[in-house]
Design a binder for this molecule. Structure first.
Ligand SMILES: Cc1cc2nc3c(=O)[nH]c(=O)nc-3n(C[C@H](O)[C@H](O)[C@H](O)COP(=O)(O)OP(=O)(O)OC[C@H]3O[C@@H](n4cnc5c(N)ncnc54)[C@H](O)[C@@H]3O)c2cc1C
Length: 558
């Protein structure tokens, strides 16, 4: 039997991503003694490599939560739990305010960042999204090395993070004095950073969020046990009392006085749960952190916890793959290319199957639907030379030189041909069909109207288009050779199905009763979105809010 650890925390948290770090932080703010156990040598999980946006309705002064309730009702309806939705909306503003007022976890409203479905009642054009404020990694001292770095494609110049707002400046540094100043400031700071650190310390997006959480936890003296993996839960008379933890290869029993929180990031890398729950064709790629292997879900089920429904069990992004001997690079096509003017997505018949500007999740759902009739995995994103010059394509940065393009072609990431027909032949597509598709698309561009799928027809589409492109920010003729294509595949960005909980994140049994002392949040919790993706930040937002509610419940229950 594993030996018991001497210290007995009030709250034992597994997983150091958004959900676990928030649970530990909220517990410390309540005067509880938490212990956060993380199985790897770093904190952050998928959260650290994410965009770091949280969707929290009602947290802006001018916002009406009732509209968000209508929106979620229209989006999810009976597929999800109205009770969870109500709890999320009830506590969102308070949870965010608690972090912002009492810790270094600070956000800014991102305005506009429209919700994803403009046709639904309660939709917001401004959106309900908040982004973590940038953070100076130097403030963490030695702990900076503990923050999981972003994925390689999101960094340039050996570890410099660039966000969406930086890109126009970096693409055209001499366009204005402001751009020149911005670029030189960022690059000089980075050069100095690289003398002392492995990567840049100008942290943004998910990395800033995790760094802010870690900084605040350290300030509150919350213990963090790395290399500490949840093995199984301990129960006494139906109540969860602690867990067996593998600490750097040695098994110990850790008892928790008031509760155990599962926050191990869902099941993206569990072969068994993927096979059981993700009934989707070609769904072999994942953008989630490799450590998110369903450990919390398995431990919960072993003590009788109920699992949510299969079906819409994951959230998706289209991803291109650069294959290399030292490992594949999987690049998420989130907002930088698909909605821009001069790109179409086609299936193997050379036909478009979707408005390319829809959200990443909806794009992949459309791939799945199209694939039922015509092979659409992979789908091809196609564009011309001018598009790559202006916007880039996946891993290929805007403004890339001919030599760079050739390198991407040589390694098989990009396909290129001097004519559309030649490109079609390379992709195994009927040249006449592809020509007809592009002609129809181009015909609509002059009028600014996509008569097939309405690309650029909504405020959401236009938000991700190019405002300088008229009359439609999402439409421009594809006509300047050579022509390029990149294959995209469905890749999950996290899982939606998880352990069933009540409105306080208490894990439920199959009969609906709560397992005393056991909580789940983040992607270990069955998402209140039930596989829908209504807006930016709909996994990290609920992770924050239900970590808050779990701790509130722990306080009230004891
Ligand atoms: C490119 C990209 C961008 C994204 N952008 C956003 C966004 O802007 N907004 C948004 O809401 N969502 C976004 N997502 C999704 C979001 O990042 C994840 O849904 C979210 O980070 C999950 O948080 P979590 O705390 O549940 O898990 P994670 O952040 O993955 O953390 C889980 C942690 O648990 C640890 N762990 C696993 N097993 C054990 C064990 N047995 N014992 C101890 N520890 C364990 C893991 O090592 C990991 O550190 C994005 C995803 C991707 C890929």
């Amino acid at each position: 039997m594993a030996a018991a650890l001497e210290s007995e925390p009030d709250v034992l948290v597994f997983g150091a991503g958004m959900a676990g770090l928030c649970a530990g932080l909220f517990a410390s703010l309540q005067g509880l003694r938490p212990l956060i156990c993380e199985k790897t040598d770093k904190v952050g999980g998928t959260t650290a490599t994410s965009a770091g946006t949280v969707w929290i309705p009602g947290a802006r002064d001018d916002e009406d939560v009732a509209a968000a309730a209508r929106y979620l009702e229209a989006e999810i309806g009976n597929r999800g739990s109205p009770d969870l939705r109500a709890a999320f909306l009830e506590s969102g503003a308070a949870a965010l305010h608690c972090l912002e007022s009492r810790t270094e976890v600070k956000f800014r409203p991102v305005v506009p960042h429209p919700d994803y479905h403009p046709d639904l009642p309660g939709w917001s054009a401004n959106g309900r999204a908040f982004a973590a404020l940038p953070f100076d990694g130097r403030r963490l001292g030695r702990d900076f090395a503990l923050v999981r770095p972003p994925i390689a494609p999101f960094m340039v110049l050996g570890g410099l993070m660039l966000g969406r707002d930086d890109i126009p400046h970096f693409v055209k540094p001499f366009a204005s004095l402001a751009s020149f100043r911005h670029v030189t400031g960022v690059v000089l700071r980075h050069a100095v950073d690289r003398i002392r650190f492995d990567r840049g310390t100008r942290l943004i997006m998910g990395n800033a969020l995790v760094a802010r959480l870690l900084f605040s936890l350290r300030r509150n003296e919350v213990p963090l046990a790395l290399h500490s993996r949840l093995v199984e839960l301990l129960a006494d008379g139906g109540r969860i009392t602690g867990a067996v933890v593998d600490i750097a290869g040695v098994r110990r029993r850790i008892l928790a006085r008031r509760g155990v929180v599962l926050a191990t990031g869902g099941f993206s890398h569990s072969h068994e749960l993927r096979a059981a729950l993700l009934d989707r064709p070609g769904a072999e790629h994942s953008l989630a952190f490799a450590g998110d292997a369903g450990d919390g879900i398995a431990a919960g089920r072993a003590v009788g916890a109920a699992l949510g429904d299969a079906g819409r069990a994951a959230f998706w992004m289209p991803a291109s793959v650069l294959r290399a001997q030292r490992g594949d690079t999987v690049y998420p096509h989130i907002v930088l290319d698909r909605a821009k003017p001069g790109l179409v997505a086609v299936n193997s018949a050379g036909r478009r199957f979707v408005n390319e500007a829809v959200s990443y999740h909806d794009f992949v759902e459309a791939m799945f639907r199209s694939h039922e009739a015509v092979p659409t995995i992979p789908a091809w994103l196609l564009c011309d030379r001018a598009f790559i010059r202006d916007y880039g394509l996946g891993l290929v940065h805007p403004g890339s030189s001919e030599a760079t393009l050739r390198r991407f072609v040589d390694v098989g990431y990009l396909r290129a041909a001097p004519s559309l027909e030649g490109l079609a032949a390379q992709l195994g597509i009927d040249p006449a069909a592809l020509r007809a598709t592009v002609d129809r698309h181009n015909h609509g561009c002059a009028r600014g109207f996509d008569d097939e799928f309405g690309k650029g027809g909504t405020a959401f589409d236009r938000h991700n288009g190019d405002p300088n492109n008229r009359p439609n920010p999402c439409l421009r003729s594809i006509e300047q050779p050579p022509f390029f294509g990149v294959a995209v595949y469905p890749a999950d960005l996290g899982t939606s199905t998880g352990l069933r909980t009540d409105r306080d994140a208490r894990v439920l049994r199959v009969d609906g009763t709560a397992i005393e002392g056991l909580y789940a949040c983040g992607n270990d919790m069955n998402s209140l979105m039930a596989g829908s993706y209504p807006g930016p930040g709909i996994t990290l937002g609920p992770a924050l809010v239900f970590a808050y509610r779990a701790v509130q419940h722990i306080m009230s229950a004891s």
